[in-house]
Design a protein around this ligand. Structure first.
Ligand code: ADP
Ligand code: TPW
Length: 583
């Protein structure tokens, strides 16, 4: 705290004031920083400007790491990913109005994905904003943020900073994690108060994400349903990954012998080559399973809302573990809801799985294994082909082999085909190593997520990016170079959104809306900032580029040339296009 004492109240000359010690005061800037530090925050993802420039400087002065971005959305995405990886709220700091709005997409996306983050924005003076008198960057930020996040607070007085930060931290982490907005008006930073009273006003949040144990009868009901299953299936979602209950989740799956499917960010909770993984027989198990245990996975569009053709047309029995009680019955009836945190619920189920627990019928496991082996053989044949130019498979085969050798590296992934193919081709072997577009399928998370993974873990990161996807956050390669982060960006360059082959339907001079500059050299971009650029037209060149990046740890961008005819419109979700729905 001593270092936070920034001023001594103006004193009478010593001889007039006698021998009294000068009275120490602390300002709003330092109260904010001390409150964050007290709650375990060590990094801030930011973009400076009025009124928070000094806050970023002082944060560095106070020993916090400040990662300064080129656009607030990417600072926000980094904060969100840091929250997911560390179970501490990721902090994004922006200026008012436009900076705040730029950060808001990331805040809403974090909330949608249940990642804990806090967007802290400086704001203009309340009196002027509320009378709409045209202040610098005037905007009623609190009102705008409210519907887009889990909670939103404003602090007006220095003595409330401690409580404000505590409320933000607890809101982000407790129950279903999510995004929180904290509004700090410019005037707050300059307010001062007695340093000792200031210190006492800070709040260290105790047990921000308490264990929420499921009710005994709910556990019994769930065990009864699971025991009755002829064709059981477990689906692991990113809530399971977030919970960091890795050993118990694995034990539950192995002790019950149930086949499982990982959702994309739950890949690696158990290694993807685990004998019980049904990922390569996904369509079959979704159609045929009779009882499905959902662990931190929602029955949203990514799981076809739990009904319809994907699910074989017949209602399933569901056991659902989720911390949010209202997630139950959101799409279909949940016969055995287990409301609680994943760690507690899985532990409770495990206690009921004794030596007498019967494994799933051999017939079910055999049917899955048959389909899985057939599909894996098909994929192996596709991966072995070496077409010129490269296609998604031959390029991703390289990434697949490298991740198998280096399961500790992080994989960030966005795009359409680039995303869908990478999800099925690149096996993950460790929990929380895969970060991607999540619940919204949002483009633009790439560089922010890559920065967060590198900063929070110090591990190498490979970001596999569609060329369109990369464009959303591409300028942040300067950030990656500036902080010398071990990030290797691989741009799958097929000359456009989805593909590069569309034609202008009007026959005019403009290219089609989905088409980019042909043969663009994204590798040149990173050279402008001192990073390593690689132009790769073959799997061998791609492999060499990635291996060099991993060996050197230097920021690298590989322009991987992909056949512009490869892939499909919208990747695997072509059917969601309105024109496809009309057919
Ligand atoms: P996926 O897209 O991987 O299927 P979702 O984001 O749809 O995953 O679902 C994650 C779910 O996990 C959310 O419903 C959320 O409430 C839940 N969740 C998050 N953290 C926990 C936790 N610690 N314990 C239980 N449920 C959790
Ligand atoms: C914020 C719509 C979904 S996927 C995609 C867009 C623009 C890019 C696909 O092209 P890319 O990938 O990256 O070259 P590939 O592998 O097929 O070649 N704006 C936002 N989010 C989304 N999802 C979109 C637009 C979209």
């Amino acid at each position: 705290m001593a270092s936070a004492v920034v001023a001594q109240r103006a004193q009478e000359p010593a001889e007039q004031a006698g021998a009294q010690a000068p009275e120490a005061v602390i300002d709003g800037f330092h109260l904010v920083l001390e409150a964050l530090k007290l709650n375990g925050i060590d990094t801030i993802y930011a973009l400076p400007g009025i009124p928070i420039t000094d806050l970023t400087r002082m944060a560095q002065g106070e020993g916090l790491r400040v990662i300064s971005f080129r656009h607030e959305q990417h600072a926000g995405n980094a904060a969100a990913a840091a929250g997911f990886l560390t179970r501490k709220p990721g902090i994004c700091l922006t200026v008012s109005a436009p900076g705040f709005l730029n950060g808001l997409t990331a805040l809403a996306n974090a909330t949608t994905n249940c990642f804990p983050m806090i967007l802290i924005s400086g704001s203009s003076e309340r009196e002027v904003v509320d009378l709409q008198q045209g202040d610098y960057e005037e905007m009623d930020q609190l009102a705008i943020a409210k519907p887009l996040c889990k909670a939103a607070y404003r602090v007006l007085h220095a003595q409330d900073i401690g409580i404000g930060v505590a409320r933000a931290v607890r809101s982000a982490l407790s129950g279903r994690p999510g995004g929180v907005y904290l509004d700090l008006p410019a005037k707050l930073f300059a307010q001062t108060m007695d340093a000792e009273a200031g210190r006492r006003s800070l709040v260290k949040v105790v047990d921000p994400a308490p264990a929420q144990r499921p009710a005994l009868e709910a556990v019994q009901r769930a065990l009864d349903v699971l025991r009755s299953a002829k064709r059981p299936l477990v689906i692991l979602g990113k809530g399971a990954a977030y919970a960091q209950a890795d050993a118990d989740i694995r034990a539950l799956i192995e002790k019950t012998g149930m086949p499982y499917l990982p959702m994309s960010m739950a890949k690696g909770l158990l290694p993807d080559n685990h004998a019980q993984s049904a990922a390569a027989a996904r369509s079959y198990v979704l159609q045929e399973a009779d009882v499905v245990l959902l662990v931190g996975a929602r029955l949203n569009w990514l799981l076809s809302h739990g009904k319809g053709k994907t699910w074989g047309g017949t209602p399933k029995q569901f056991v659902q573990i989720d911390i949010s009680p209202t997630e139950m019955d959101s799409n279909v009836a949940i016969g055995a809801p287990l409301v609680g945190d994943v760690a507690s619920c899985v532990q409770a189920l495990l206690e009921g799985v004794d030596a007498k627990w019967a494994p799933p019928p051999a017939e079910w496991l055999r049917a899955i294994a048959e389909r899985r082996d057939k599909n894996l053989a098909k994929m192996a044949a596709t991966l072995a082909a070496n077409p010129v130019p490269m296609n998604f498979h031959s390029a991703l085969g390289v990434v697949r082999n490298i991740v198998r050798e280096r399961p500790d590296i992080y994989l960030v992934n966005e795009g359409a085909n680039t995303l869908d193919f990478a999800r099925s081709i690149v096996d993950m072997y460790q929990p929380r190593k895969r970060l991607d577009v999540g619940t919204w399928g949002i483009m633009g998370i790439g560089m922010g997520f890559a920065v967060a993974a590198a900063v929070t873990t110090g591990k190498p990161v490979i970001a596999v990016e569609g060329d369109s996807a990369f464009g959303f956050s591409g300028m942040e390669i300067e950030t990656i170079c500036r902080y010398e982060l071990p990030v290797c960006v691989v741009v799958f360059n097929n000359n456009g959104v989805y593909r590069g082959t569309d034609k202008n339907l009007g026959g005019g001079k403009d290219v089609a809306p989905t088409v980019f500059v042909k043969g663009a050299r994204y590798d040149k971009m990173i050279e402008a900032f001192g990073g390593v650029g690689v132009h790769a037209t073959t799997p061998a060149e791609l492999e060499q580029g990635i291996r060099q990046a991993l060996a050197s740890g230097r920021p690298t961008l590989i322009n991987a040339v992909i056949d512009e005819n490869a892939g499909t419109e919208s990747g695997r979700i072509t059917s969601l296009n309105p024109a496809a729905a009309k057919k």
